[in-house]
Ligand binder design. Sequence first.
Ligand SMILES: C[S@@+](CC[C@H](N)C(=O)[O-])C[C@H]1O[C@@H](n2cnc3c(N)ncnc32)[C@H](O)[C@@H]1O
Length: 288
Amino acid sequence: MYVYNVLCARSPLRLPAWDGRRERYGLSSFGVWVRDPLDTPARYDAPVARPSPDPRALHAFAQALFEGASYRYDRVASWLSYGQYRRWHRFIVSTVPPGAHRVLDVATGTAAVAFLLAQRVPRRVVALDLSAAMLQEAARRLARVQTAGRIFLVRGAAETLPFPDASFDAVTFTFLLRYVADPPAALRELGRVVRPGGWMASLEFGLPDLPWRWFWWLHTRVVLPLAGLCVSPGWYRVGRFLGPSIESFCRAHPFPEVRAWWEAAGFVGVRRRRLSFGAAEVVWGRKR
Ligand SMILES: C[S@@+](CC[C@H](N)C(=O)[O-])C[C@H]1O[C@@H](n2cnc3c(N)ncnc32)[C@H](O)[C@@H]1O
């Protein structure tokens, strides 16, 4: 530790000093110790199972999970998905027609999708998320980019959107459904704010078919927790949570059921595209 701190003090890289508290530091994938200011509450032994389907408990769970992983979220998510994360984002954005000028991006996290939406076409994007920590990262991102004036960050929950009916041309949401107590009800609420003839698109994790499922299983059960452990306690928690959470959701709700939820929420022409051998799925449709 002493040697590390001396090297830090002399390093032109301005690395943070290490005070020995394991919770506050992680070894990044490039072997550099990084400070993780929001990570303090996360613990290596924190529970990672999804709590009971009580909406308030789920909100608290999601907020704690993402508070621990918000620091450098995009970079780490990109490493841990072998660069696929950005490709998935580009694909969901490509399903939103250029004619959609008022777009709501729900579970926006650090606003990566919102940023792409506003960059591709000069449109107004409302970016909503439950987690203050993720929105803080989004605000940092927007402070650096030119589309910032057209993106508005809102803290809120997908199940109770603070917008009138039919107020958007399109809604996008990413990796949300595993965190809501009642996915069909959440889809109805998301559909409520889309104008008739407007669009909705989602990006969620999926379960690859055999033989890719064996690699996926190895990745989610071994690589993700180990890589998360090397990044920070918060990412270790995410790394242990993701595999079982994705698998149980996908087994419980196959695509025909999800399509029925979309149709019940008022969408027609509901389509699905599986990406990266099925590790991610984009679903989109048009509001009646
Ligand atoms: C895996 S992150 C995805 C972040 C971002 N969309 C991306 O693709 O990088 C899931 C996000 O969903 C948010 N979230 C979870 N439950 C939510 C809810 N009920 N309402 C709104 N956002 C929610 C979390 O705070 C988190 O930022």
